[in-house]
Design a protein around this ligand. Structure first.
Ligand code: FES
Length: 260
C-alpha cells in the first residue's frame, strides 16, 4: 500500500449540506454524552461522499462538530484506506493484495492496472480511474478481487478484469460479484457436500423419509438444520416442536416459517 499525502489543492472551506448536517446530528445522538467522538467514522464517510474525497477543511469541520482535536480525526483518516486525502478517479479501484488474493493472481491484476491506469493514486487524464492496493477486503473465498467504489468484483482473471475496465470506460453496465459465473462463493465445480436434494425441497413438497421418521429427541437439534428442512419438520410434528424446543429455537422457526 502506498503512503497517503494530503492534496496540495484544498478548498477554502467545507461544511455539510443541510441534509447531511441533519443526518450527522442524528448519528451523534446515538452515543452517550461525552462519547460523541464515536461518530467520527460515519461522519467522515458522509463528508467523503459529499465532496468525493476528504480535504483538510472537512477534517477540521468534523473535529469541531465532535469536539475532537483535528489530529485525532486525522489519525482515523490515515489509518483506514477507505478515506482519501486527495481526489480519486470516478472509478476508485481498491485491489486486495493480501495472501489469498496474491496466491490466486492479484499480481496479474496489478499488471492490468499499471498498463491501463498507471501507478497507484494516479488519476487517468479522462478522470475515470485511479487505484490503490489495500489489505484484505474480506472476500478471500472469491480471490482475487477488487472493490470499485462501493461494489466488489470477484473471481477475477486478467481477461475478465480487462473487460471490466473496458466496460466501465465505455459506460456499459457491469455486474458486481463473481466474474467467473459462479454463484456467491459456491464451489467452482461440482458440489461435494450437502448434495442431498431433499435439503432444498420447496415448501409444500413431501418431507423426505428421514425427516418424517424424526422424533422429538431429534427435533431438539432442529435449529441446526437447513431452513427448508426446519419448516418441513415444523409442519409434520408441531406438537413435538412445542414440547422439545427452547423458546429461542421456536422463535427462530417461526421466523423461518414467515420467510417461506
Ligand atoms: S485476501 Fe483478498 S479479500 Fe481477503
Amino acid at each position: 500500500m502506498s503512503a497517503q499525502s494530503i492534496s496540495a489543492d484544498q478548498p477554502a472551506s467545507f461544511e455539510f449540506s443541510a441534509e447531511n448536517l441533519s443526518w450527522a446530528r442524528e448519528q451523534i445522538k446515538k452515543y452517550p454524552e461525552g462519547k460523541q467522538a464515536s461518530a467520527v467514522i460515519p461522519l467522515l464517510w458522509k463528508a467523503q461522499e459529499q465532496h468525493g474525497w476528504l480535504p483538510e477543511p472537512a477534517i477540521n469541520y468534523i473535529a469541531q462538530l465532535l469536539g475532537m482535536a483535528p489530529i485525532r480525526v486525522m489519525e482515523v483518516v490515515t489509518f483506514y484506506t477507505m478515506f482519501n486525502l486527495a481526489p480519486v478517479g470516478k472509478y476508485f479501484i481498491q485491489l486486495c493484495g493480501t495472501t489469498p488474493c496474491l496466491l490466486r493472481g492479484s499480481d496479474d491484476l496489478v499488471a492490468v492496472l499499471k498498463k491501463n491506469i498507471g501507478e497507484q493514486r494516479h488519476i487517468t487524464s479522462d478522470g475515470l480511474f485511479s487505484w490503490l492496493e489495500v489489505e484484505c477486503l474480506g472476500a478471500c473465498a472469491n480471490a482475487p478481487m477488487v472493490q470499485i467504489n462501493n461494489d466488489y468484483f470477484e473471481d477475477l482473471s486478467t481477461e475478465s478484469f480487462e473487460k471490466l475496465l473496458d466496460d466501465l470506460k465505455a459506460g456499459r453496465d457491469v455486474t458486481p460479484g463473481p466474474q467467473n459465473g459462479r454463484s456467491c462463493s459456491a464451489p467452482a465445480g461440482e458440489a461435494t457436500s450437502l448434495t442431498d436434494g431433499s435439503l432444498y425441497a420447496a415448501e409444500g413438497d413431501t418431507p423426505s423419509a428421514g425427516v418424517q421418521a424424526m422424533g422429538a429427541d431429534s427435533l431438539a437439534n432442529v435449529h441446526e438444520m437447513p431452513a427448508k428442512k426446519v419448516v418441513a419438520v415444523a409442519k409434520e410434528e408441531p406438537a413435538a416442536l412445542e414440547t422439545s424446543l427452547s423458546p429461542d429455537t421456536k422463535a427462530a422457526i417461526d421466523d423461518k416459517k414467515g420467510e417461506n
